[in-house]
Each structure stands twice: as structure tokens, then as C-alpha cells.
Design a protein around this ligand. Structure first.
Ligand SMILES: [Ca+2]
Length: 433
């Protein structure tokens, strides 16, 4: 496979191209919320929906069974043994919720400052520092073997699964079989399904614990099965590559992934810069030029110091020329390849800087209404519930459908623009009343 196709395949690890991955988790919760809404609040709609689902399920049961037969044949042809096939696919039924999740489209585009406010908050910085202290030995080993520094590995872990707190709960084999037999990317998920069976056959992952996101990403660092087969390592030396139960294996596998994606040992991801006034020159992550060329255009470090001498970088302007600006290197591209979204890579880069003890972003995002940290989101949800909004009793910091609906309603009643954003003005209004 040509390198660019390979990068795309890897970059689209979660089955959705160019979407920051936490939004997929949000979709996940959103569809659950929709289904729950239908069940709880609109019994007649639920009945119609369930009858439709039943009819569709019956009609597709035969075709799923045919499809699964084809998948078994393909798996066998690529070396999966009969015992593994029997163990992993007997009685397998499709999961309609997984197909529904694959079809969900975002209602609103999340501004990058909201996205980053939830991913790079004080809580994750503090958790990350504690994890660096706790897993220092494994991080040092991963760094010595693959050249990727400890702060970057910890930041990936924190953004991918909140340091192991959110793995996803759907059986990976079932999700992948469902997506391989329905939906828009069947060829891709067919290969992932076969890869998942190979992982089981090899004994790296216990089939009863093989759960993950709706798209089949699993473990501390949310690898797709084919990525696991390609790069996972046994860092703790117990003979198994286990990114579900072994933090060292997950961190080592992440380091191996970044190394294969072009990470330069000892290099930086880049840094925040200051542009000359009215800058109208070139920009773009992939438009790399020598540091000297940027210096000649008047670009400096954010504190006004001159740029370092060597290497090349692209000028990243995530919110246009009036927002924060960054010069990003090939190491930023390696992080980008993990999930094919610049906002995602920036979250990891900025979190890694905080974990190194450096300051966060200096320039302000072009908004007078900043996004909220997870602690602020939980407080906002608590205050909304106190006003009688039904959020299932959960102040979990996840902005799902019910929270958005509550925000829209609260904004409308308070004379604010009803955009459904979890933002500073909403929290301030809730606190003040
Ligand atoms: Ca191991």
C-alpha cells in the first residue's frame, strides 16, 4: 500500500475521517441519548421505531448471516484457524446501534477553543503529572527504545482514554462484523474484523475483555486492530502485547506507532509563535520551510525571542491569522497521523508542554466567550439540573444531546443566543441567578 494510503488508513483509525476523536465518543453518547429519549419519553415513537428495527433486523438477519459466512471464509483464507473462528463468531448478531452511530453527523461544528478547553484542562495536566510519576520506569524504557519523550506519550494516553478511564464498552468483534456487513466503509471494517480475530488467535487479548469504541478502537491508547498488529509491542516483557491490561505495553506501543509515523528522537513538536502585524504570508501544516525562511518574514517565538536555527516547520493557524499561531515540525505530523485532525494533534502537543512544566497557550483565541474545562462543564450541568433540567442525574462533563438541549432552552429564556455551546457566558449566567 502506498505510504499516503497507509497514513490515511491509520489516520482514520476510528472509521471516521478527519474528525477529532472525542467527538466520536460524543456521537456515541448522543445516539445513546437519542435512543434513551425514544424509549423513555416517547413510547409511541419508540414502538414504531422498534417495530421498524425488528422488521429491518429480520430482513437483514439472513443477509448478515450470509455476510458473516463470507467474512469467516476470508478470515480462514488469511490464516485464522477454525477454533478461533468458532470461539469468536458463534452466535454473532449485528448491533443496530453501531450502525446508527456510524451514520450520525454532527449538528454543530465544535469551535477549536471548546475542543481544547475540555481536553487540555488543569485536571488532565494534574492527572498526567501523577501518571508520569507512577509510570516513570515504563515511560523511560519506551523513550530509550523508540525515542519518543515521556510527556508526549503521557499526553496521547490522556487524550485517548483519559489515562485508562474510558475504553469503550462495545464488543470489538461484534462492532466490526456489523460495520463489515453494513454501512459505508465495509471493505475497511472487513480487514479490521479479520485483524481482530488474529489478535484473539495469537492470545494477546482476552476475548471476554475485547471491548472498545463503536468503531472498534480499544485499550489505553485506542488502537484499531490492524494498527495493533502492525505496531504493538510487549514492553513489560510478559510475552503478550496487551494494551488493555498493561499500561507499559500501551505506552510502548504508542511510542512504536509515533516512531513509525516519522517521529524524530530529541526533536520538538513545534512551538507557539508571534506573527508580524498584518501577516499575509504562507501558512499550513504541510507547507514546511526552513526556520530561517520564517525568521526572514518576521516570525519570532511567542516571547519575542528569535527562532531556533535548524530544522523546518509549517505555520499552523487553527483559527486564522487573528488567533494563536504555531510553527509545527515533523513530530507534530507524527502525532497528527494518530487521528488525522490538526485540533487533535494540537491538544496533545499543548498538553505535553504542560506536562513538561511549560506554560500553556499565550495568545487568546478569537472569541470573547471561552470554552469550559471538564470541571466547569460538570458545574454547569449541576446548575442546570438544579433548575429542573433532566440530565439523567449525571453531571459527568460530557456535553451530549440532553445537555445541549438544556443549554439551548436556558439561553433562550435568558435572552442569549441559543447556540447550545457549553461556554463561559452560560456558566456565568447560571452562577449569577
Ligand atoms: Ca506485555
Amino acid at each position: 500500500m502506498p505510504p499516503d494510503r497507509e497514513a490515511m488508513r491509520v489516520g482514520c483509525q476510528r472509521g471516521l475521517a478527519a474528525l477529532p476523536h472525542d467527538r466520536n465518543l460524543v456521537f456515541d453518547r448522543k445516539v445513546n441519548a437519542l435512543l434513551n429519549d425514544a424509549r423513555a419519553r416517547r413510547p409511541s415513537a419508540c414502538l414504531a421505531f422498534c417495530l421498524f428495527l425488528l422488521a429491518a433486523t429480520q430482513a437483514s438477519a439472513a443477509s448478515f448471516s450470509d455476510c458473516l459466512g463470507g467474512l469467516r471464509g476470508a478470515a480462514q483464507a488469511s490464516g485464522v484457524d477454525a477454533a478461533t473462528l468458532h470461539r469468536a463468531t458463534s452466535g454473532l448478531a449485528p448491533n443496530p446501534e453501531v450502525l446508527a452511530l456510524a451514520e450520525v453527523q454532527p449538528e454543530f461544528k465544535t469551535p477549536i477553543w471548546d475542543y481544547l478547553a475540555g481536553l487540555v484542562d488543569e485536571e488532565r495536566v494534574s492527572d498526567g503529572r501523577a501518571m508520569m510519576a507512577r509510570w516513570g520506569q515504563a515511560l523511560a524504557l519506551a523513550q530509550s527504545r523508540f525515542g519518543v519523550d515521556e510527556a508526549t506519550l503521557t499526553a496521547v494516553w490522556g487524550v485517548e482514554s483519559d489515562f485508562g478511564r474510558s475504553f469503550g464498552t462495545r464488543p470489538v468483534v461484534q462492532s466490526l462484523a456489523t460495520l463489515a456487513c453494513g454501512g459505508r466503509r465495509q471493505a475497511y471494517f472487513r480487514q479490521e474484523f479479520i485483524a481482530a480475530l488474529k489478535i484473539i488467535q495469537h492470545g494477546d487479548v482476552d476475548p471476554t475483555q475485547f471491548n472498545g469504541s463503536w468503531a472498534g478502537a480499544f485499550g489505553h491508547t485506542q488502537f484499531m486492530p490492524s494498527t495493533f498488529l502492525r505496531v504493538a509491542v510487549d514492553l513489560d516483557g510478559d510475552g503478550r502485547k496487551d494494551i488493555i491490561n498493561s499500561v507499559p505495553d500501551a505506552l510502548g506501543s504508542t511510542a512504536a506507532y509515533l516512531r513509525k509515523s516519522g517521529w524524530a528522537a530529541g526533536g520538538v513538536w513545534g512551538f507557539e509563535v508571534r506573527l508580524p502585524e498584518h501577516y499575509a504570508g504562507p501558512s499550513g501544516r504541510t507547507r514546511k520551510e526552513p526556520m530561517g525562511a520564517w525568521a526572514a518574514r518576521g516570525v519570532t517565538r511567542i516571547d519575542g525571542q528569535p527562532l531556533p536555527g535548524g530544522g523546518s516547520a509549517g505555520l499552523l493557524l487553527p483559527a486564522g491569522p487573528n488567533g494563536p499561531a504555531f510553527l509545527v515540525t515533523r513530530n507534530f505530523d507524527a502525532i497528527y497521523s494518530y487521528n488525522a485532525a490538526e485540533s487533535y494533534a494540537l491538544a496533545i502537543a499543548l498538553l505535553s508542554d504542560r506536562l513538561r512544566g511549560r506554560h500553556g497557550l499565550v495568545a487568546a483565541w478569537p472569541t470573547n466567550d471561552p470554552g469550559l474545562s471538564r470541571a466547569d462543564r460538570r458545574e454547569m450541568q449541576t446548575l442546570l439540573m438544579r433548575r429542573g433540567y433532566d440530565l439523567d442525574g449525571k453531571a459527568d462533563g460530557v456535553i451530549g444531546t440532553k445537555t445541549k438541549q438544556a443549554i439551548v432552552d436556558f439561553q433562550s429564556r435568558s435572552g442569549m443566543s441559543p447556540n447550545g455551546r457549553a461556554c463561559a457566558s452560560v456558566l456565568a449566567a447560571l452562577r449569577g441567578k
